[in-house]
Design a protein around this ligand. Sequence first.
Ligand code: ADP
Ligand code: MG
Length: 267
Amino acid sequence: MNTSTTSQPWIIEVKNLTVSFGEKQVLNNINFKVQQGETLGIVGESGSGKSITSLAIMGLLSPLAKIHAGSEILFHQNGSTINLLELDTNEIRKIRGNDIAMIFQEPMTSLNPSLRCGEQVEESILLHQKLSKTEAKAKVISLFEKVKLPNPERVYKAYPHELSGGQKQRVMIAMAIACEPKLLIADEPTTALDVTVQKATLDLLKELQQEENMSMIFISHDLGVIANVCEEVLVMFRGDVVEQGNVTDIFNNPKENYTKGLIACRP
Ligand code: ADP
Ligand code: MG
């Protein structure tokens, strides 16, 4: 693993990230940085490369994806810099879920239907932390309280199908923050939820981000949602970053026609 010692205000720097599947290039030379404690939004219509970008950071791209030479994903932590794209499977696995965590759009596909919710979060904690089973269970209960799940003891024993979509997403958030990650990637975390539950989930994520002083990459196809959660935004279209900057500036004064369109077609 290549590390160098530098003190950076950035937690993550994506440089020249280019990814293709066969002949099709799905990310074209993407560049952005996320500052310590900041929430960066990524917005763009379906297929623009938002998920591929987050999967690349997590080391979860399909083996069919080709990451082009010259691409870098630099993770700065405790004065050292690691290029995540140079790590082997074991090294990236240690970082994933521990230093960098992710929540996905559809909590049902991320939770194992045949395991109780509490046990799933507990397993994930025991993978990364040296705790006894009793200590891990106590931690799960306190995490469930933190993400404001009603009746944490009941949720601990519940199977995923016994919970609502919003409750399942809270279980996923609890799992994601269990190891106090430096960076949380939330990929369309509210898209699959009822409108009434969406706002509560966004409020929770915002609150946790501030409380834990985490950095966050928040992905959505809705610039309105991004404007509520993020300070900085990256607008993506067909694998390109078409515009980037302060979210209020871009919302009020978009420079690119594509961004104007995104704002105009909001419900
Ligand atoms: P978004 O999250 O912005 O909706 P994605 O990052 O999922 O978009 O996808 C970007 C592009 O990459 C799309 O054109 C999609 O079809 C393509 N793509 C994603 N995953 C694969 C894959 N496993 N094989 C081939 N193409 C893929
Ligand atoms: Mg996506």
